[in-house]
Design a protein around this ligand. Structure first.
Ligand code: HAM
Length: 428
């Protein structure tokens, strides 16, 4: 039987994996510049971690989690996002007690959501995310926003828009919650069964409903910005002032509510503006989650972060025509002719690699022509030919594949010669 890949997942083959490596490296470099350090957490966690933090009325928890019982009857879930795990690790390892505060962390890895697959929406996707924990300074909100926009800039994406909102503090959200209930209650029968259930439990989630998004009551729903108390309003003003100060452009969208329950104050998304996108244009989402660490049993700790998927970032790169398939390339291809030379090439190949040179040889018993063809296909910068004559006088013939120039070198100088040529030439 021909076994296919599961729906909503993908294989990333050589040619495309180089783009992934490029993005990972750029994102890590930017994180280093901003003094964020990497944290790695498990791919599965106790289910309760997500129900308590992401929120039991969210789509993620209600419909999208890959939850299973292990052989010890534990209830586990493949992580649908990274923030909850970082908060758990933060408490478990008492990171709040570390001498350097706030703690600025980043992570990178696969996440799992049982969604209906479409372009930009996968069941397994890879998120790059950051979490800055331990500071309620609006300047750190601006820093986190600057960081994500820097990552997009570094990889070359220009058509993006930073969309900002405030969800206020507990008090503001409570006032807004009541206003939402009053707004939707008289016509709640027009909404889907999920929204009817959400009305009393968590009316903010109605604004995030994919089924009822075209109902006219959505557009006239009370705006959170009208319900911010003085403290929340001031916080939002300071975040905006810092963004203005560093010249980072943004637009305010009071309907931006995010799909997870843990947010307070700043909430944001980065949207793709270019053409070539389908329905999904959100590249990145994040915000402030000041109650989250307490929710997982830690001390009251403010925090803010974001996550974006590499899949959507690559969509944006493709929309801007910035992706081309990477070609293979190596420094040196060894062409060996005859049994003795083949045997010797095992040793030479090892020495080349020990000297830091990327190198390869034939393993399919090909003739000279075939070996040169492979060297061409691998875009080798040099080929080194070892035949019976060369073996007899302890030499090797080296061909520069760009210029066609050919020289004979004593075998004892071979590795040094290639090393010098490579280092003196263009750096790959
Ligand atoms: P989120 O909005 O659920 O937030 O996801 C963040 C990003 O993950 C999205 O903007 C998108 O780039 C990507 N993403 C989500 N679902 C999929 C999918 N099915 N396929 C491909 N990409 C997807 C969070 O996950 C929060 N933990 C972000 C955060 C960090 N907030 C604070 N800190």
């Amino acid at each position: 039987m021909n076994i296919q890949i599961p729906r909503g997942t993908q294989d990333i083959l050589p040619g495309e994996s180089e783009i992934w490596q490029f993005i990972e490296t750029k994102a890590q470099e930017v994180c280093r510049r901003y003094n964020f350090r990497e944290i790695r957490t498990p791919i599965f966690e106790h289910t309760e971690l997500f129900t308590r933090t992401v929120g039991d009325t969210t789509d993620i928890v209600q419909k999208e989690m890959y939850t299973f019982k292990d052989r010890g009857d534990r209830n586990l879930t493949l992580r649908p996002e990274g923030t909850a795990s970082v908060a758990r690790a933060y408490v478990q390892h008492k990171i709040h007690g570390w001498a350097t505060q706030p703690n600025k962390l980043y992570y990178y890895g696969p996440m799992f959501r049982y969604e209906r697959p479409q372009s930009g929406r996968m069941r397994q996707f890879v998120q790059f995310g950051v979490e800055a924990m331990g500071s309620a300074d609006p300047a750190i909100d601006a820093e986190v926003l600057a960081l994500v926009m820097d990552i997009y800039k570094e990889v070359g994406i220009t058509n993006t828009k930073l969309v900002l909102n405030s969800l206020g503090d507990k008090e503001s959200r409570e006032a807004h919650r009541q206003a939402l209930i009053d707004h939707f209650k008289p016509s709640i029968h027009e909404f889907c069964s999920d929204c009817q259930m959400r009305l009393e439990k968590n009316p903010l989630r109605i604004l995030d409903c994919k089924k009822d998004r075209d109902n006219p009551l959505m557009k006239t729903a009370p705006s959170i910005l009208d319900y911010l108390n003085e403290e929340s309003r001031q916080y939002f003003e300071q975040v905006k002032a810092h963004l203005d100060q560093i010249g980072l452009p943004y637009v305010i969208d009071p309907t931006l509510v995010r799909g997870l329950d843990y947010y307070y104050h700043t909430a944001f998304e980065v949207m793709a503006e270019g053409e070539g996108f389908g329905a999904i244009t959100t590249l990145c989402g994040g915000g402030r989650y000041d109650g989250l660490v307490e929710e997982v049993g830690g001390p009251s700790t403010p925090g803010i972060g974001f996550a974006f998927s590499i899949e959507r970032l690559i969509m944006a790169l493709k929309a801007e025509n910035l992706v081309k398939e990477a070609e293979p390339s190596i420094d040196c291809y060894l062409v060996a002719l005859g049994d003795e030379a083949k045997n010797k090439s095992v040793e030479l190949l090892y020495q080349l690699r020990q000297a830091g040179i990327s190198a390869d040889k034939d393993y399919l018993d090909k003739k000279m022509k075939g070996q040169f063809k492979t060297a061409d296909r691998l875009n080798a910068r040099f080929t080194a030919v070892l035949g019976e004559n060369e073996l007899a006088d302890n030499s090797i013939v080296i061909k520069n594949m760009q210029t066609g120039e050919q020289v004979s070198q004593p075998l004892t100088d071979f590795i040094q010669y290639i090393k010098k040529e490579i280092e003196g030439g263009q750096v790959r």
